[in-house]
Design a protein around this ligand. Structure first.
Ligand SMILES: Nc1ncnc2c1ncn2[C@@H]1O[C@H](COP(=O)(O)OP(=O)(O)O)[C@@H](O)[C@H]1O
Ligand SMILES: [Mg+2]
Length: 297
């Protein structure tokens, strides 16, 4: 098993950079061979150049990318350049997109997650009242604007929805031309994060080859709601495994939240290669990943 890491000290400090650095260091510490590659093509220009220093492998090697959410064509080109050296990223380009883009995974998740509409224009907001009812939660197919606070993520009526949808459509990195409008569900919470966003009782589950490898509380900082009973732990694992069974992505995360009723729901899934660590110890994660059987590892 090898790692292709985008860790570099040339990027500004940020939460995502910290996660990439910590994960890369942990992979090294547990004895995984780590190769670094530039986080974009600005200097190296091509995927072949980005991987130029990596030796060709006699026997095919499974690889994990640790880095920043790539554009689809970047994932595809790194995947193909790596294959020429007999290095196979754990998720194919199709699997990567199926886990990353809401409009692709939503139809497969069915009723494991709140009812949602996929819009490509704010003209479609006329559907919201009849199909979901207000208020709604609004995000791009890749990400929400949760870092900008709760208000920019919810709409109480059509005029607000139109504004939020147009705003997200302009933010291509988050929306890639698709906005998701979701039934707003009452997640259990007892505190807000710094920007006033309610810290719902949510857990991030990492899964590899259909096995749960780690579960961690989703939000940073100590929280009374972060302790799980054995029954709760089992309920979360069962739901995460159901999601993976539907999606069939080798290495993915499933974010699971608890409603006020106590019921657990899927919030979203992701390609675990690009997922934040939440409160998971990177060292534990990487020592467990090493033990899971994956082809060519
Ligand atoms: N349908 C919803 N109803 C209520 N809260 C939600 C809903 N969807 C998401 N949230 C809250 O917003 C947060 C961010 O939403 P999420 O879909 O995970 O976006 P991101 O991709 O930016 O993480 C979630 O962690 C959860 O707390
Ligand atoms: Mg999320």
């Amino acid at each position: 098993m090898i790692v292709l890491s985008e860790a570099t000290n040339q990027l500004k400090p940020s939460a995502s950079r910290l996660a990439v650095d910590r994960s890369t260091e942990a992979a090294r510490l547990v004895g995984v061979q780590v190769y670094t590659m530039p986080p974009d093509f600005s200097v190296c220009e091509t995927a072949e150049n980005a991987l130029w220093h990596i030796p060709h492998h006699e026997l095919e090697q499974a690889a994990f990318w640790i880095g920043y959410i790539p554009e689809p064509k970047r994932y595809q080109s790194i995947y193909e350049a790596a294959l020429k050296k007999r290095i196979r990223l754990i998720n194919t380009p199709e699997e990567h997109l199926r886990a990353m883009e809401f409009h692709r995974f939503y139809p497969l998740l069915g009723n494991l997650t709140p009812h949602s509409l996929i819009l490509t224009s704010s003209d479609d907001c006329v559907r919201i009242q009849d199909e979901l009812g207000y208020p709604v939660f609004i995000k791009g197919t890749i990400q929400s604007r949760k870092h900008d606070g709760w208000d920019v993520c919810v709409a109480a009526n059509q005029a607000e929805a139109v504004r939020r949808v147009d705003d997200l459509l302009r933010r291509d990195i988050r929306s890639r031309g698709r906005v998701i409008v979701r039934k707003l569900v009452p997640l259990r919470y007892i505190r807000y994060v710094g920007n006033g966003f309610p810290a719902g009782r949510e857990f991030r589950v990492f899964l590899l080859s259909g096995e749960v490898v780690e579960i961690g509380y989703y939000w940073d900082d100590p929280d009374e709601l972060s302790c799980l009973s054995q029954d709760e732990n089992e309920a979360i694992c069962t739901l995460a495994l159901e999601a993976v069974y539907q999606l069939k992505v080798p290495y993915m995360t499933v974010d699971i939240g608890q409603l006020n009723t106590g019921e657990w729901i899927v919030i979203e899934v992701g390609d675990a290669q690009f997922a934040g660590l939440s409160q998971i110890s990177p060292l534990r994660l990487w020592s467990r990943l090493k033990k899971v059987e994956v082809p060519n590892s």
